[in-house]
Design a protein around this ligand. Structure first.
Ligand SMILES: [Zn+2]
Length: 49
């Protein structure tokens, strides 16, 4: 999970400038799907750490 967490941190840039961005399980867990839909109702990946 550490690789996923670091990938997410890079994507977010360590800021909260994009509060609506979240992630979904991609075809490969090492490459989560980034989603910017604020009203998205699909199951989201939980980001810990
Ligand atoms: Zn989404």
């Amino acid at each position: 999970m550490s690789k996923l967490a670091s990938a997410i941190k890079r994507t977010l840039g360590g800021s909260s400038a994009e509060p609506t961005v979240h992630f979904h399980q991609g075809t490969n867990e090492a490459f989560p799907e980034v989603c910017h839909e604020g009203a998205c109702s699909r199951p989201q990946l939980s980001v810990r750490g």
